[in-house]
Design a protein around this ligand. Structure first.
Ligand code: FES
Length: 145
């Protein structure tokens, strides 16, 4: 795909997900994971409902920028129904991708693969990874329970 077309697709998807985020809200009865972006102070609240080893439901709220909101929305679409192990692999792939490391498994990220362009804007990497790190924390906490 031509670079300009990819860029406009990237911009359109970020705008769409940040205006109409998927899985926005809170799951009743689930303790939230709170994580803030140290560079701006924006906070994400993530609730994840596990069914044994699988992510049965997931929801987020918070007041991040459009990249962090779009990334959280895409992340929830990507990980719902996945096992914890699969989700941890996706978190690693996503984190490496936005830091500019190419990975043949990037296509597993679904629409979130289009956030690869964030690697050109180092100050936005923490925005893009905020929700993914919150999910990592939620999985870690579930494994300690
Ligand atoms: Fe705060 Fe992006 S500027 S999360």
């Amino acid at each position: 795909m031509a670079l300009s077309k990819l860029n406009s697709l990237y911009m359109a998807l970020i705008a769409e997900h940040s205006k109409n985020p998927h899985h926005k809200g809170t799951i009743e009865g689930v303790e939230a994971v709170l994580l803030n972006n140290p560079t701006c102070g924006d906070l994400i609240s993530l609730t994840v409902k596990f069914q044994e080893d699988r992510i049965e439901d997931i929801a987020f709220s918070g007041d991040g920028c459009s990249i962090s909101t779009a990334s959280a929305s895409m992340m929830t679409d990507t990980v719902i129904g996945k096992t914890k192990e699969q989700a941890l692999e996706l978190i690693t792939i996503f984190s490496e991708m936005v830091q500019g490391q190419e990975n043949a498994a990037q296509e597993k990220l679904g629409e979130a693969e289009l956030l690869a362009g964030v690697s050109k804007f180092p100050q936005r990497i923490k925005c893009a990874t905020l929700a993914w790190h919150a999910l990592e924390k939620a999985i870690e906490r579930s494994q300690q329970a």
